[in-house]
Design a protein around this ligand. Sequence first.
Ligand SMILES: NC(=O)c1ccc[n+]([C@@H]2O[C@H](COP(=O)([O-])OP(=O)(O)OC[C@H]3O[C@@H](n4cnc5c(N)ncnc54)[C@H](O)[C@@H]3O)[C@@H](O)[C@H]2O)c1
Length: 333
Amino acid sequence: MLRIGFIGCGGIARHHATGMQQLKSARIVAASDVVEAAAQSFAKDFGGTPYTDYRKLLKQADVDAVWVCTPTFQHPAPVIAAAKASKHIFCEKPMALKLAEAESMAEAAAKAKVRFTIGFVRRFDTQWGTLRKVVQSGALGWPVIWRFAAGGRPANPWFRDVHKGGGPLMDGAIHNYDFMLQIFGPVASVQASSLQFDKTSVGADTASVIVNFKSGDQHSLIWSWGVAAGAPVTYLNDLIGPKGALQFGMTAAQAPKGFDPQKQGALTLKTGQGRERVYTYPQRDMFLEQLKHVVGCFARGEQPLVKAEDGLKSLKVAVAVLKAGASRGTVKV
Ligand SMILES: NC(=O)c1ccc[n+]([C@@H]2O[C@H](COP(=O)([O-])OP(=O)(O)OC[C@H]3O[C@@H](n4cnc5c(N)ncnc54)[C@H](O)[C@@H]3O)[C@@H](O)[C@H]2O)c1
């Protein structure tokens, strides 16, 4: 049984806590939030002792591990304090906004010999996992360009503040940076140009980015959190290479025999002249898969799949993207 304390009781904390209710091996024993009502309603819904100061939570002897779910600029202090209090740590992504802070977090966890992981939930996504396998099989040929475009508007304003959440090319795209590093290996440079669409944002809320890998592959992203609320922004996520294009989904006519859309998903590889190959995968709740993995590892005292160095590597790319975006230039990584 892993006894867990939450630091930050907002949207994602509630999502993780709902998943924990399905696990026999996890129990929430404490919850802290600077907003007293948030800590209290979380404790009422999921259990545990509520606190407004996480330092008091860290003194609670039966807390084995903490889930740090505060806004990103508030990750370093509780992570370092939790390490000093000998608690295992799950920290939401991005690890931090500044590299020096992320390095201090990694050092604190290593020094205290606690297990420390970052919430790169896409590592547990069967759809992106299948994408990775198809690309790495060489089915698209090389080099590959991964194309991605997204819009939207997070509910809380801190997400659109470069000093608190870093904006979409930090907060949202950090999942892409971590995942692309798993597919394509090290990054050589990033080119970017950032914009501010919405005057209520603090700093850039929009950018176009090209990540160049040492392998010659590319990841291109256009992401905005500044388009008018509710305006439709087409989501794009596909990959192209010399041998063809890999797209998400398939048509009903392409469905393999026995395909169950309730339980399975599909990617389609198109290689020209009508040639197509469908790859299916089981649909799983990636947050629940992540939770089972991390809870199991912490209970056994093992390091989960995602390590502090993964948090640092993706943050290095994110910091370079923001720098390149501001100067509308190229930054070597
Ligand atoms: N893995 C994912 O896909 C995913 C999805 C959403 C959010 N996140 C990440 O999770 C983190 C939190 O996001 P959210 O959507 O839950 O934000 P949120 O604004 O809904 O919740 C944050 C909570 O932290 C509290 N808080 C702020 N400072 C605190 C402190 N010092 N101590 C204790 N509580 C404090 C706030 O009062 C709030 O209740 C961010 O880093 C975000 O990027 C990850």
